[in-house]
Ligand binder design. Structure first.
Ligand code: SAH
Ligand code: DHB
Ligand code: MG
Length: 221
């Protein structure tokens, strides 16, 4: 088993089940042209995010880590009329590209891109006492995950689904003595999830165009 095989299967699945989606494909092209790194979720993962949001009947979605708005488009598309996506991004440049992509995909009206360090934006949302979110997608800087986890819980209600990307890290997640800051942070986040009596969590390992990684799924009870 190799990266070539995983990429070929993602291409096959994308062509078969997800192809011909101009808004989605063009958002990636515009992000690449604007110099953004190619680290958005894959198309099959994007469809999964959309599906989870639909299954959760999410009306309010929070995303931490916007990049060029690729996953944001998938999530915003799952919203019912009147629904809202709030997505947090550090980089003004990334946010500008994302707003353009969201608008061109026809979901700009329901997506709010907030710039600044996510920890500060999350603290502001808590101070404002916003309504809880129905689904949270954590996908920004990995060292921030423990803080993002705590803030996500604070902005949740029973029934909220919290999804965190990139928690397996080519299997390094099992290395308790890792000196990699990202590995240490995802381990801390998963330990917080394990210790939290309000949630039931799992981790799904994934392979695909983005290599070997995995998603944490946590349901607030
Ligand atoms: N969810 C996106 C990918 C996000 S990549 C998708 O799948 O399409 C991670 C993003 O997090 C990058 O755009 C990066 O600029 C942003 N980021 C990094 N540190 C951050 C911080 N402290 N606060 C908010 N966003 C941050
Ligand atoms: C990186 C970030 C991601 O969210 C991801 O899914 C893959 C890679 C990165 O920062 O390299
Ligand atoms: Mg990611």
């Amino acid at each position: 088993m190799s990266q070539d095989t995983w990429s070929a299967v993602d291409r096959y699945v994308t062509d078969l089940l997800l192809g011909g989606d101009a808004d989605i494909e063009q958002s990636l092209e515009r992000s690449a042209a604007a110099g953004l790194p190619p680290i958005a979720v894959s198309a099959p993962q994007g469809r999964l995010l959309w599906m989870l949001a639909r299954l959760a009947r999410a009306r309010r979605i929070l995303e931490i880590g916007t990049l060029g708005g690729y996953s944001a488009i998938w999530l915003a598309r799952a919203l019912p009329p009147g629904g809202t996506l709030v997505t947090l991004e550090l980089s003004e440049h990334h946010a500008t590209v994302a707003r353009d992509n969201l608008a061109r995909a026809g979901v700009g009206d329901r997506a709010q891109v907030i710039t600044g360090p996510a920890a500060e934006s999350l603290a502001a949302l808590q101070r404002e006492g916003v309504e809880p979110f129905d689904l949270v997608f954590i996908d920004a800087d990995k060292t921030g995950y423990p803080d993002y986890w705590r803030a996500s819980l604070a902005l949740s209600r029973p029934g909220t689904l919290i999804v965190a990307d990139n928690v397996v890290r080519e299997g390094q997640v099992t290395d308790a003595s890792s000196s990699d800051e990202a590995v240490r942070a995802v381990r801390e986040t998963l330990a917080l999830a394990a210790a939290e009596s309000r949630v039931r969590a799992t981790v799904l390992q994934t392979v695909g165009a983005k290599g070997y990684d995995g998603l944490c799924l946590a349901l607030v009870e």
